[in-house]
Design a protein around this ligand. Sequence first.
Ligand code: IMP
Length: 197
Amino acid sequence: MVQLVFATNNIHKLREINHILGDSFSLLSLKDIGMEIDIPENEATLEGNAMYKAKHIYELTAMNVFADDTGLEIDVLGGLPGVHSARFAGESKDFSANIEKALAMMGMAENRNARFRTVIALILDGKEFLFEGVSEGRIISDKRGSEGFGYDPVFVPEGETRTFAEMTLAEKNRISHRARAFEKLREFLVLHADKRQ
Ligand code: IMP
């Protein structure tokens, strides 16, 4: 069985990915390997941050490892908040303040196009791989819904009338950036596991 470390301290993400990866992989958290450290996210891109986190753990443990990073890219803001999504309005990582800041910067802009992008960096048998999951959509000017987290109340995915925050977790997971990226990782790992046998 392929053993993999998921370089995150987020228990919700771990549960989510455990569900997607199923029983064929043995997934370990940072806690499981005795490394509850906060890995810095100082790179200029999602790819850079995800790879930095994976490499950090790989260099310390030499174990197979993956890490993820997600951002909301708003076209009229030149891709902001992007890699700064979590701390857009400050270190407190306040979801409401982040939304207010983004909406204020967008003003009455007609172009409301945006996308969530998740990047996963994997280091497997010492080799580096990147996977991407995208959810295209638009930003509305008033918050709607109470599910989810982050920018969900103002993001309406393409082909939908509801925001992510108006969907159940199961509905969001069918079309979300993160689910798409993790599904690509799963497909890759299944192929890889087959080749190893
Ligand atoms: P992370 O890389 O998954 O920690 O995500 C960074 C930030 O992006 C979070 O703090 C949220 O503000 C935002 N974000 C990530 N995923 C989502 C999502 O599915 N919905 C809304 N906001 C998200």
